[in-house]
Design a protein around this ligand. Structure first.
Ligand code: NAP
Length: 692
């Protein structure tokens, strides 16, 4: 274990299977709050093209040999291990200028995001190596030619380039979906906070949970890294629009059509609804949220509120309330427990923010805070990059440009009055595409109007009111199950969004062919593929069950007495089952019809094998459709075919999906659905296995 208490610590890169130090002493990286040199960084002499080769040749095959569930379980184990080590990460994060509260979303939020991906992948994806997407498309009249979309892992390296402000979350939210997809990763953290990312990667690799080549890190200047990308690599970039656009336009990226996801800066707006005047819970929530977004991580959040849109009638009240709140924020050393706002990441960045404030002042006036001086409860504002929150006000935002375009990446926001909801929407859209916007209102009509007006310009819209005051995750938090990204200025990218995020690292291919071939490719039975009938498939454990195992049942007649009995027994006496005249008056029926649920129940009665056996439980049905009416005297039969088998990695059973087709005496399909069951891996199970 490398001693990370040494300061300054020489950072290393983990490339091509070893920790390596660049040539020379390395460039100094300062502690944001004290100015002391915290780390030395450099990549001089490292073979970065070789690192990508190593990932493709060693990491990729190892990951692709695993199933999706195996990779997800690996991430779960990794996440739990990281959670045990979190205190070490918090300690290191003070050097970035962030308080412990600031680092919570970065460290525990990052680990939580990884764990969420690990759990959703096992719930929402099959335990397979290839995913199918969407239904089988029948492409010929006789159904002998079909198409199916599949997703398979890209065979290159996912290169994740990150901004300085989320050194842990920024990495984990990207490597989780790529590793689940089966792509090895190379992480390139921003130089200014690379020491924290390097520490986390070091601890991840020490667990031995990741296969060789699955995770590499380059700390320091990435030099010619992107010159070596190939058509199978994927690049994700988070950072400033200027850098992002430069990298996206590299000839190696363009010539190889490399997927390039960009998350850049944006001037996110938060809107106070006209109904939410002083004295309402929404007014208080809005003021609290704006103040929090301005000061959390000293405003260095890509999702932070930069534009505060308030109804003109409430403007003075909002200014007063914000001034009062911002004036109470203790600023100082991030390790000081009394401090609520730490330092910006560097003195250079503070200078950039001050320059940006001066640009904003061409169209807006400062109403609170001084960009050039700041009272501290601890620390030294010459050595440390401290800055007071600065609130500006723009009187004429509709004809202004800078306030909608200049990002001061610090504790800075501009307040703007508006007169009508349409004007608030127009102002928010002047940001030309943002990651997130929020609306604080208790008026459902206004919320709907604002959300639909904002949606096409935003990746996320959060509505805040009294009902979710305690539970809301707030304006600024991207969440693993929801998309993060935004159009235009925000980079045009999309990350996370639950399992959608995994698919960014997979290639979608349309496979065309006869049913038997599609079934062979996907491992799922499709209509028309070979099926076999021997013993009842419910007598088979997963050890014996095969795709295409099938039972075709005897038939059962449906009588009026059955329908009467079912209706009175369940209480479902809907007229179409009970009243001949009323049923005939219905455009879909010629007479009284059997209940759909009676058909499904009779089907179960026809296909189940009643004796205790490897089928442990039925946990639902998917895609249930009643396709034709069933009249008294019709005769039902079932064809049940094993469609998909998903053995669980860490249990003695798995899920089996059965294609269930119910037909009448004319072989017309009257109902179609997937039956979902849990089936033992071996049968009989021992008592301890059954109890697990
Ligand atoms: P940055 O200067 O644009 O740098 C971003 C990343 O690009 C860093 O890791 C940087 O490495 C790397 N980079 C620079 N040149 C490169 C090259 N030739 N090849 C490969 N990588 C290269 O941004 P930052 O100052 O770190 O972050 C602040 C900005 O990021 C803000 O504008 C903020 O809005 C934005 N941001 C956006 C999001 C989002 O999710 N949309 C999240 C966080 C931040 P070095 O540090 O080594 O130069």
């Amino acid at each position: 274990m490398k001693d990370v208490t040494l300061s300054p610590r020489r950072l290393e890169s983990y490339v091509a299977g070893a920790w390596r130090t660049g040539e020379g002493e390395g460039e100094p990286v300062a502690n944001a709050a004290t100015g002391a040199v915290h780390a030395l960084i450099g990549t001089e002499g490292l073979d970065l093209g070789g690192a990508l080769e190593w990932g493709r040749a060693v990491g990729g095959p190892a990951l692709r040999a695993m199933t999706i569930h195996q990779r997800a379980l690996m991430l779960k184990a990794l996440g739990l291990k990281l959670m045990d080590l979190k205190e070490e990460f918090y300690e290191e994060s003070f050097a970035t200028g962030a308080t412990r509260a600031d680092s919570w979303p970065d460290i525990e939020g990052g680990i939580g995001t990884m764990l969420t991906f690990a759990s959703k992948a096992r719930r929402e994806f099959p335990n397979a190596r290839v995913l199918t997407e969407g239904p089988v498309e029948v492409l010929s009249r006789d159904a002998s030619f079909m198409g199916q979309h599949i997703l398979s892992p890209m065979e290159g390296v996912a290169i994740h380039i990150n901004a300085y402000n989320f050194p842990v979350w920024g990495m984990l939210e990207k490597i989780a979906p790529s590793l689940i997809a089966g792509m090895p990763c190379l992480v390139k953290p921003a130089t200014q906070t690379a020491y924290l990312t390097e520490l986390v990667v070091r601890r991840m690799l020490e667990t031995g949970l990741l296969p060789d080549g699955a995770l590499q890190i380059v700390t320091g200047d990435p030099r010619d890294l992107l010159d070596h990308v190939t058509e199978q690599d994927v690049v994700t970039f988070t950072g400033s629009a200027t850098t992002g656009q430069r990298l996206k336009a590299k000839s190696s990226i363009i010539a190889n059509s490399v997927r390039f996801t960009m998350e850049a800066d944006s001037l996110n707006a938060s809107v106070l609804g006209g109904d939410a005047g002083p004295g309402t819970p929404e007014f208080d929530l809005f003021v609290r949220e704006v103040a929090r977004e301005m000061t959390a991580k000293a405003g260095q959040k890509c999702t932070a509120i930069r534009r505060i849109l308030v109804p003109r009638v409430h403007e003075a009240a909002v200014v007063d309330a914000l001034k009062a709140r911002l004036g109470q924020v203790p600023i100082g050393l991030p390790s000081d427990p009394s401090v609520r706002m730490g330092a910006l990441v560097s003195l250079r960045d503070r200078e950039t923010v001050r320059v940006r404030v001066r640009e904003l002042m061409t169209e807006a006036e400062i109403v609170a805070g001084d960009p050039d001086s700041c009272a501290l409860v601890s620390g030294d504002d010459v050595a440390g990059a401290f800055m007071a929150p600065v609130l500006l006000r723009c009187a004429d935002p509709l004809s202004s440009e800078a306030v909608h375009g200049v990002e001061a990446f610090g504790p800075v926001a501009t307040l703007m009055p508006y007169d009508a909801p349409e004007e608030a929407i127009a102002l928010a859209r002047k940001g030309r595409g943002s990651l997130v916007s929020s609306v604080f209102t208790d008026d459902a009509g206004l919320a709907a109007k604002m959300a639909t007006g904002l949606a096409s310009f935003h990746g996320r819209v959060m509505i805040g009111n009294r009902a979710s005051a305690k539970s809301s995750t707030g304006h600024g938090s991207p969440l693993a199950p929801l998309v993060h990204g935004g159009p235009g200025r925000a980079g045009g990218g999309e990350e996370m969004g639950g399992m959608r995020g995994v698919k960014h690292f997979m290639q979608r291919s349309a496979i065309q062919g006869p049913p038997s071939m599609l079934s062979a490719v996907t491992g799922q039975w499709v209509e028309g593929a070979p099926a076999q009938q021997d013993i009842h498939p419910f007598r088979k454990s997963l050890a014996d069950l095969r795709i295409g195992d099938q039972i075709v049942t005897a038939r059962r007649d449906v009588t009026e007495a059955d329908v009467e009995h079912f209706a009175h027994f369940t209480g479902d006496t809907f007229y179409a089952h009970m009243d001949s005249d009323a049923a005939k008056a219905n455009p879909f029926f010629e007479d009284r019809v059997a209940h759909g649920y009676l058909i499904a129940s009779f089907a179960a009665g026809l296909f189940v094998d009643p004796e205790p056996g490897p089928v442990l439980a039925n946990y639902g049905v998917d895609n249930l459709r009643f396709m034709m009416p069933v009249y008294f005297g019709d005769s039902l039969g079932v064809r049940l075919t094993c469609k998909e088998i998903n053995p669980r990695e860490n249990a003695d059973h798995g899920e089996v999906r059965w294609d269930c087709q119910v037909t009448n005496q004319r072989d017309e399909v009257v109902a179609q659905y997937d039956v979902l069951t849990m089936v033992a891996k071996i049968w009989p199970m021992t008592m301890s296995e059954a109890a697990e």
